[in-house]
Ligand binder design. Structure first.
Ligand code: HDD
Length: 711
């Protein structure tokens, strides 16, 4: 396994090692430490007789097995995680926060990060069209700070009381538990079509962000506005961002669906393999800062989680870097048992009154109580803080700590008053003294009622291919909805966002576009007691577009860790393969040989090349690009190889071919005419240069317009 990036002490790693068990060279024992000498046979009354109840070895083994499962997370059940470190660049934030880990550049803070889908079960596909969870636990020297975010900067709903409704709508339908890990069904779109506040999030969900190429190529967002608070108690609003150094990239929907069959663990494997091979994923932490006095300067409410602060209005300052450099030792112990909570905060950070965040502060502890079985989940090794932990909480199921002494209350004199309360100068947490004066009401602020302007801003900011993907995504999802009235109502919502988009989707669904209402309509079902004007109030953002919203503007300067399929057959030109492999390796990419059979493939000069995969065991959808070396004429008659090439072409991937392999190319569907992103040459070194530049572009979307390849 690749070594960690640096050998410095990592307090979390050391802590976990105390709980790590290793069987190597050890005898098999019971849980009580009794050595076992036969693990193959139950104790019986005679060789062919009944089993005996006294068989403590068998009973213990089976009982433990019977209790191995815990409930999966009610949302974000499917996830993958890794360890790493975070380091702030300088103490620029010192003016705004007293949090050590955000201000002291000599600190390296251990982190554990779990990525997830939302709707699917624990065993569902990674490639569902879905939001991705991006949850980071910082083990700071002042306690755990959890940034429990997503790969999209806004959310579906404005108030936590709607969360169970949202999740009930998106999960498989309750009568037949279908479909798994998919939002393309009636109940989800029924709910969404009645919830205009979800319009902005739906645009993100239908965009390519919902089908990432890799967890390593996703942005992350804290979503809510939080507060930074300095030692003087001055508060500044903050939005947190994660910016991936590999850029933000996605697969195409047809590809996503195929990956779900070929390798449903695609993202999990990608993260694991990258870390294992030493391609440590990196993100910069960014902050958007808004002084308290500017709270009401925006045309949206900072407390509304369905809104972004466009980067044109408040730039994202990059303040530090997170590197994931270690795979977990044990999936269950770490990835499954980790318990995130937006309420895990440290001095220098505080909440705002965002009603979604406020509700989350209740929900996360509550869910761990059932999922992890009681109030001591903070003692599970992955959840333990590395800061000293002392309090008067006691007992409960599975308590690990042995608390010494006879006092477990405050104040006390018998225990010397310990543990002491900490003053602020001693690092004590003190909540921001926000002035609140309000009536107790079940209500929503009018400043939350603009549901469409940022949805429109998002659409306007997309490149042409991204707009097409959005149209296609809506057409797919609504096409799977069986109730025509729901489809129609959703098209009505889309008219509020962009009439061009609504027209395209209506056309695909065989519907008429409803006239865009002069006053945006209220799609929620009116009922007595509802706020009378619960409907959108604004339709135009002062910004026309925001560059940061389009993935077309992401950095495209690296092919690090990208996977290239090298299609071979017996007689392949070894030099053509090896020259390309060397050039790819020099650029940080990996070239894998694919051949008709496992083992070695015999090259034309008698040399044997090691085979990574066969046409049977892999597929173009599992690669970023394809290379066809010389000496492969036999592949012109190999349907699997031709399908590989055609499909890679259809998914807009870079393809390179040794000119010597022209015969094979002639048998593909893209042999003639304009071929953007297809590189052909005699000089493999020069060809590799062009190919690598092409791969940096990630995809050649212009091919989609041609649409002639039937792969
Ligand atoms: Fe949540 C898990 C992110 C709203 C209730 N949520 C969970 C996870 C992520 C998020 C990443 C998985 C953590 C992990 O990997 O273990 N959730 C969000 C974001 C939200 C959000 C970014 C909006 C901005 N969530 C939200 C609301 C509620 C919840 C409004 C409830 C009122 N979320 C939960 C939960 C989960 C959870 C039920 C399930 C498992 C868990 O907490 O530990 O409590």
């Amino acid at each position: 396994m690749a070594k960690e990036q640096n050998g410095k002490d990592n307090p979390k790693k050391e802590q976990l090692e105390n709980y790590t068990e290793d069987n190597t060279g050890q005898f098999l024992t019971t849980n009580q430490g009794t050595k076992v000498n036969d693990d193959q046979n139950t104790l019986k009354a005679g060789e062919r007789g009944p089993s005996l109840l006294e068989d403590f070895i068998m009973r213990e083994k089976i009982t433990h097995f019977d209790h191995e499962r815990i409930p999966e997370r009610v949302v974000h059940a499917r996830g993958s995680a890794a360890h790493g470190v975070f380091k702030v660049y300088d103490n620029k934030l010192g003016k705004f926060t007293r949090a050590n880990f955000l201000t002291n550049p000599s600190l390296e803070t251990p982190v554990f990060v779990r990525f997830s889908t939302v709707a699917g079960s624990r065993g569902s596909t990674d490639l569902a069209r879905d939001v991705r969870g991006f949850a980071v636990k910082f083990y700071t020297d002042e306690g755990n700070f959890d940034l429990v975010g997503n790969n999209m900067p806004v959310f579906f709903i404005q108030d936590a009381i709607k969360f169970p409704d949202l999740i009930h709508a998106v999960k498989p339908e309750p009568h037949n538990e279908m479909p798994q890990a998919a939002s393309a069904h009636d109940t989800f779109w029924d709910f969404i079509s009645l919830m205009p506040e979800s319009a902005h999030m739906i645009m993100w969900l239908m965009s390519d962000r919902a089908i990432p190429r890799s967890f390593r190529m996703m942005e992350g967002f804290g979503v809510h506005t939080f507060r930074l608070v300095n030692a003087k108690g001055t508060s500044t609003f903050v939005k947190f961002h994660w910016k991936p150094l590999l850029g933000v990239h996605s697969v195409v929907w047809d590809e996503a669906q195929k990956i779900s069959g070929k390798d449903p663990d695609f993202h999990r494997r990608d993260l694991w393999d990258a870390i294992d091979k030493g391609f440590f994923p990196e993100w910069e932490l960014g902050v958007q800062l808004v002084p308290e006095e500017d709270e009401h300067k925006f045309e949206f409410d900072l407390l509304d989680p369905t809104k972004i602060i466009p980067e044109e209005l408040v730039p994202v300052q990059r303040i530090g870097k997170m590197t994931l450099n270690r795979n977990p030792e044990n999936f269950f112990a770490e990835t499954e048992q980790v318990a995130f909570h937006p309420g895990h905060i440290v001095p220098g950070i505080d909440f705002t009154n965002d009603p979604l965040l406020q509700g989350r502060l209740f929900s996360y502890t509550d869910t761990q109580l059932i999922r992890l079985g009681g109030p001591n989940f903070h003692e599970i090794p992955i959840n333990r803080t590395v800061a000293p932990m002392h309090n008067n909480q006691r007992d409960g199921f599975m308590r690990q700590e042995i608390n010494r002494g006879k006092t477990s209350y405050q104040p006390n004199s018998l225990g010397g008053g310990c543990p002491f309360q900490a003053k602020m100068v001693e690092g004590g947490y003190s909540s921001h003294a926000e002035k609140i004066d309000g009536q107790k009401v079940r209500a929503r602020s009018r400043s939350f009622f603009d549901h469409f302007s940022q949805a429109t801003l998002f659409y306007n900011s997309q490149s042409e291919p991204e707009k097409t993907h959005l149209q296609d995504a809506f057409s797919f999802e609504l096409g799977k909805v069986e109730t025509v009235e729901v489809r129609r109502r959703m098209v009505g919502i889309l008219t509020q966002i962009d009439t061009g988009l609504a027209t395209k989707v209506a056309d695909a669904l065989g519907l008429q576009v409803p006239a865009r209402p002069e006053h945006p309509i209220n799609h929620s079902i009116p009922a007595d007691g509802n706020p009378p004007d619960f409907q959108p109030v604004k339709t135009k953002s002062s910004l026309d577009r925001s560059a940061a919203l389009s993935m077309a503007n992401t950095p495209k300067d690296t092919v690090k860790s990208r996977k290239v399929a090298i299609l071979t057959a017996e007689g392949v030109n070894a030099a053509s393969v090896e020259t390309m492999q060397q050039a790819l390796a020099a650029a940080g990419a990996v070239g894998e040989v694919i051949a008709p059979k496992h083992g070695m493939v015999e090259a034309g000069n008698g040399k044997d090349l090691p085979v990574k995969n066969t046409y049977l065991t892999t597929s173009s959808v599992l690669y970023d690009a394809v290379y066809l070396p010389g000496g492969t004429a036999a592949l012109a008659g190999n349907g699997d190889a031709l399908h590989f090439l055609n499909e890679a072409y259809r998914h807009c991937k870079a393809i390179a071919a040794d000119a010597d392999a022209n015969e094979v190319l002639r048998s593909t569907w893209f042999a003639e005419g304009e071929t953007p992103g297809v590189f052909i040459g005699n000089d493999v070194k020069a060809l590799a240069g062009q190919f690598i530049e092409g791969m940096k572009q990630h995809r050649f979307w212009e091919r989609e317009k041609m649409g002639k390849v039937p792969a």
